[in-house]
Design a protein around this ligand. Structure first.
Ligand code: ZN
Length: 108
């Protein structure tokens, strides 16, 4: 279930990366997506639509070693996700300490 939920995030992160690339290209550098792309570029990672799409397609988390979809799609890095158990108020989530992404990973 976690894997399925995370796999659904890869194309969303790809779409977000494309927004970021387009925002940067047109000077809208203050959007969340643009800031992520700019941060990656400062770290020497070139974020292109092709690379992001390839990585989104290649995103394949393994059970017990799930990595962050955003870090993978934008940076090509495998950052481990930390899971937080569901409570009465909120579903289980997976959080990335590197980029701050948070994903709901349980069926709602
Ligand atoms: Zn991340």
């Amino acid at each position: 279930m976690r894997i399925a939920a995370l796999l659904r995030q890869a194309p969303i992160e790809f779409a977000r990366a494309v927004y970021g690339i387009n925002d940067c290209a047109s000077g809208r550098t203050d959007t969340m997506a643009a800031r992520e792309v700019a941060r990656a570029q400062r770290q020497g990672v070139s974020v292109t639509e092709e690379r992001a799409e390839q990585r989104a397609r290649a995103y394949l988390p393994t059970l017990g070693q799930e990595h962050c979809p955003r870090c993978w799609v934008v940076y090509g890095h495998k950052c481990p996700l930390r899971f937080r158990d569901a409570t009465d108020e909120r579903p289980e989530t997976a959080a990335c300490h590197a980029c701050g992404a948070e994903y709901a990973t349980s069926r709602d």
